[in-house]
Write a protein that binds this ligand. Structure first.
Ligand code: SF4
Length: 422
């Protein structure tokens, strides 16, 4: 299943479960790979656009995109039928659960497992309501998750339409689901879909393949946002030539800005609040937009780096805790050890026992008493362990050392990525 994600802030006029993935690299030189998400990000802040698309800086995962993606995956599963019967409610919910389970709560961008579980329950309830509300009108759609790249005006524009219905005679309805808090009434994203789908020659071929219908052109008749949390529909008539013309001027203006390398920051509460590049941004300082009389960015950058370093360390601690937990579960599941394969990785698990000593001072006391300090290789764990396990250790010394020792099971896990996977 394809995934969508976005750089836009929650509630922005974005693709359903966030935005489209970055368009494929332009196939012909001189073409700028473009999408609605690129348009909205550049309009939000050109510098943020640069950090993401030109410098290819990584962003933190966002839980609201993960949530939207999983709802999206379940709806894609539900509608991917050529003929009835449709998947049952339970099968649809399972599709959601599968997608949800594919990533840990941290990978999804949640700060706690509890919040992720709450959203999982919310997603299941949302899908159940959607299914029950719409089950009587289920019919196989013309296309689901239809992705296309179309060349126009020096751009290679990618759109992914959530669902396309054929209304007859080559006329289409495009449906885009929303899972955020609200739906902006601005249909600009749908205008992009209208324009690109009408230019796409593959759609005519698909009509011929699916319905045996040959038309000289496809026409988008209806546009619809479907807000899944409230089961509300927001329909729009197709945009007329004037509306499309004005929208396209805007697209070309943004494309000119990108091609002309115009990446001035445009700070604002909303866009900066959700921006992962604050620590690199000259217009943002210490949680605020940088006042005009502050020293130049080089002088203040170290403070931002301190915060960034702290945030990364915190995240690393979170990840380490999660890694330890998974390693423990893997070790227990592997029982006596061996080699195990997942779909992407292979793990070689070796089971070991190791001694741990509770009280360092008491251990030193025993070693000194029995003149074993040197043998313990100056108190390394390996040294003390070898003293404890040596056959010629006086029984009294062994007994005293064992009083301070605990034997634990440890797992040595070596992971390799399967060949062919990158
Ligand atoms: S912090 Fe604000 S101004 Fe700076 S790049 Fe991010 S959104 Fe733009």
């Amino acid at each position: 299943m394809k995934k969508k994600n976005s750089e836009a802030v929650p509630g922005a006029d974005q693709g359903l479960f966030g935005e489209l993935p970055p368009p494929a690299p332009a196939k012909k030189s001189g073409l700028l790979a473009f999408s609605y998400s690129k348009l909205s990000l550049y309009e939000e802040c050109p510098l943020k656009y640069k950090f993401k698309y030109i410098d290819k800086m990584k962003e933190e995962p966002k839980y609201y995109f993960a949530f939207g993606n999983s709802v999206h995956a379940a709806l894609e599963f539900l509608y991917s039928v050529k003929a009835p019967p449709f998947p049952s409610l339970e099968e649809t919910l399972d599709a959601f659960r599968r997608d949800w389970a594919a990533k840990s709560y941290l990978e999804k961008g949640y700060r706690s497992p509890q919040k992720a579980e709450d959203d999982c329950r919310k997603g299941l309830a949302m899908l159940k309501a959607y299914y029950e509300h719409n089950r009587r009108s289920f019919k196989p759609p013309f296309l689901v998750e239809y992705s296309t790249d179309v060349e126009v005006d020096g751009l290679l524009v990618r759109t992914i339409s959530d669902r396309i219905e054929h209304l007859g005679g080559g006329e289409l309805a495009i449906i885009d689901y929303k899972t955020g808090k609200d739906v902006k009434r601005q249909p600009l994203q749908l205008y992009m879909y209208q324009k690109i789908n009408e230019l796409d020659p593959r759609l005519r071929e698909k009509l011929a393949e699916t319905y045996g219908l040959r038309v000289s052109a496809v026409k988008v008749r209806q546009l619809l946002y479907y807000h899944v949390p409230t089961l509300k529909e927001y329909p729009f008539e197709r945009a007329d030539d004037k509306e499309i013309g004005a929208f396209w001027e805007r697209v070309l203006g943004v494309a000119d800005g990108i091609k002309g390398l115009k990446f001035e920051p445009t700070p604002g509460e909303r866009q900066c609040a959700w921006c992962d590049f604050k620590s690199l941004c000259p217009a943002f300082f210490g949680g605020h937009h940088r006042p005009a009389d502050l020293p130049p960015p080089e002088a203040v950058k170290i403070e931002a780096l301190v915060d960034r370093y702290g945030q990364l360390k915190e995240k690393m601690a979170d990840l380490q805790a999660q890694l330890d937990e998974v390693a423990g579960s893997l070790g227990r599941a592997a029982k006596d050890g061996g080699e195990y394969a997942g779909s992407q990785y292979t793990a070689r698990v070796k089971k070991n026992s190791k001694w741990e000593f509770r009280d360092r001072e008491a251990v030193i006391g025993v070693l000194n008493k029995f003149d074993l300090y040197q043998k313990a290789l100056n108190l390394t764990l390996t040294g003390i362990t070898s003293v404890l396990e040596s056959a010629d250790l006086p029984e009294e010394a062994r007994k005293k050392l064992l009083e301070q020792a605990v034997k634990r099971t440890a797992f040595d896990i070596k992971i390799t990525k399967k060949e062919g996977l990158i």
